[in-house]
Structure formats: structure tokens, C-alpha cells
Design a protein around this ligand. Structure first.
Ligand SMILES: Nc1ncnc2c1ncn2[C@@H]1O[C@H](COP(=O)(O)OP(=O)(O)OP(=O)(O)O)[C@@H](O)[C@H]1O
Length: 247
């Protein structure tokens, strides 16, 4: 579903070249739920931007659902849903339901199918009482549930989440985590999740990839990650991994 083959992305900053992602190769199969970890500046957002077609790789190859994201961005948009926890993709001044209707029109989703999907998402994410509220008046947790709904209305095969639980309280976090597990289990949606919250990883991800300095530093199951140092907590294991690769 996701395939990177020696993908790289560099940026020219003044006269220097910053290698945000180097020689990155991995595959994510349909239905997997993968955590994508790494310290600040490791290259996670750059990877995600290449997956959505926002950034073109400067070397190597990226494929999502068999498509080259930067060349087939419009076609890919129908297969992928993306949530950036740090900023909304909803229309700031519009009531939530109007944002959803605009998404229906943009993706040309059949009215009846849309209604059914929206009803289900609104019920699961408990959004009914906020549908008429402008996005700018929503709390962070309410807004995040709105963003998740928006990302799933066109029933994508792949869901890419960039810090979807950032700033949320424990209750909101737990409800979003339960929702994501359900989407993955019931719809078979492939999920790639970037987070600094290791609770997200423990609760959600069967597989974990760690990137540092643009390179893959670990790729394996959560059990394998923990088995690298059985006495340690996940925070300790990840800290050690970040420190080691950061040297
Ligand atoms: N547009 C850009 N121009 C120049 N350098 C960039 C650009 N985007 C990212 N970088 C650099 O690439 C590296 C990787 O950045 P990226 O945003 O992918 O990291 P990240 O893992 O998402 O970090 P964080 O956890 O802090 O969000 C950093 O050194 C960053 O400064």
C-alpha cells in the first residue's frame, strides 16, 4: 500500500544541502497499523509530505496505492486521508457540517453514501452537537474529531496521521485511539501514525518504524522493539534508540 525505495528529499538552505530524508526504504502492507517515530527534525513530516504528494522526492521512488504521489496527486487524493494534528484542514469560519459538505463536493461522493458515512462517523465520534459550530469555536479535541471525520468521508484505503493526539486530554485521547483501532479493524484501512506520544504507539501499533537523521533506525514489531531491552519502559527504549542514532 505504501512503498519507498531509497527515497530521499533534500533542501537547499543558503548554500548548504539539508538531507531531511535519505535512502529510505520500507513497505507498508494493506491493513497494517504502523507507528512512525523519530526525534524532532528526524524527517517524519517530510516523509508524510512525500506520501501525500506535497513534496517530490529528490531521489528514489515513492508509491502509495500504486501511484506516484507527486505526479498523481488528484487521483491519490481519493485513496488517501491525511490528518495534521497541528493544523486543521477544515474551513475555519464555516460550521463543521458545511466543511463536510464541501468535502463531499470536492471528492464527488454520492449524496446517499455520504449521508450514511457521515451519520456513522458523527455517531462514533460523538460530533452531533457540534455540527453547526464554526470550526474556529471548537475545542482542540472537538476539532480533531472533525478533522478525522473529514479525512475519512471519502473512505480512503490509507490514513496518514501526523500527531493526531497532540494536546488532547486523556479522555479525548482514549476515544480517538479506540476510534482509530476500529477504523483499522473494521474497514481494513492502512494507518501510518506519527506521534511523540508513546502511549499511542503502545495502544495502537503492531509495527514500529523509527527514523533519525532521515534514515531508518528501527523497523519491527512493538514486541521486537521492547525485546531490545526487556527491563526498560518504552520511553527508555525509545530514548536509547534516539540517543544512539543521534550520535
Ligand atoms: N522546507 C524546508 N526547508 C529546509 N529544511 C527543511 C524543510 N522542511 C524540513 N526541513 C529540515 O528537514 C529536517 C527534517 O524535518 P521534518 O519536519 O521532516 O522533521 P520531523 O521528524 O517531522 O520533526 P518534528 O518531530 O519536529 O515535527 C529538519 O532538519 C528540518 O529543518
Amino acid at each position: 500500500m505504501i512503498e519507498l525505495d531509497r527515497a530521499g528529499r533534500s533542501f537547499k538552505v543558503k548554500r548548504a544541502l539539508v538531507h531531511a530524508v535519505r535512502d529510505l526504504s520500507f513497505r507498508v502492507e494493506p491493513g497494517e497499523f504502523v507507528g512512525y517515530l523519530g526525534p524532532n527534525g528526524a524527517g517524519k513530516s517530510t516523509t508524510i509530505k512525500m506520501l501525500c504528494g506535497i513534496l517530490t522526492p529528490t531521489s528514489g521512488r515513492v508509491r502509495v496505492a500504486g501511484l506516484d504521489p507527486s505526479r498523481r496527486r488528484t487521483t491519490l487524493a481519493r485513496r488517501i486521508g491525511v490528518v495534521f494534528g497541528q493544523r486543521t484542514t477544515l474551513w475555519w469560519d464555516l460550521p463543521l457540517k458545511d466543511s463536510f459538505e464541501l468535502i463531499r463536493l470536492l471528492y464527488k461522493v454520492d449524496r446517499k453514501v455520504f449521508r450514511e458515512r457521515l451519520d456513522e462517523l458523527v455517531e462514533t465520534l460523538d460530533l452531533a452537537e457540534f455540527l453547526r459550530t464554526p470550526v474556529r469555536q471548537l475545542s482542540l479535541g472537538q476539532r480533531m474529531r472533525g478533522d478525522l471525520t473529514a479525512a475519512l468521508l471519502h473512505a480512503p484505503d490509507v490514513l496518514v496521521l501526523d500527531e493526531p493526539t497532540i494536546g488532547l486530554d486523556v479522555i479525548s485521547k482514549n476515544s480517538i485511539r479506540a476510534f482509530l483501532l476500529r477504523v483499522n479493524a473494521e474497514r481494513g484501512t492502512t494507518v501510518l501514525l506519527t506521534t511523540h506520544d508513546l502511549g499511542d504507539i503502545e495502544r495502537l501499533c503492531r509495527r514500529v518504524m523509527v527514523i533519525d537523521h532521515g534514515r531508518l533506525a528501527f523497523d519491527g514489531s512493538l514486541e521486537q522493539l521492547m525485546a531490545t531491552s526487556p527491563e526498560e519502559t518504552i520511553e527508555e527504549v525509545v530514548t536509547r534508540l534516539y540517543t544512539r542514532t543521534g550520535q
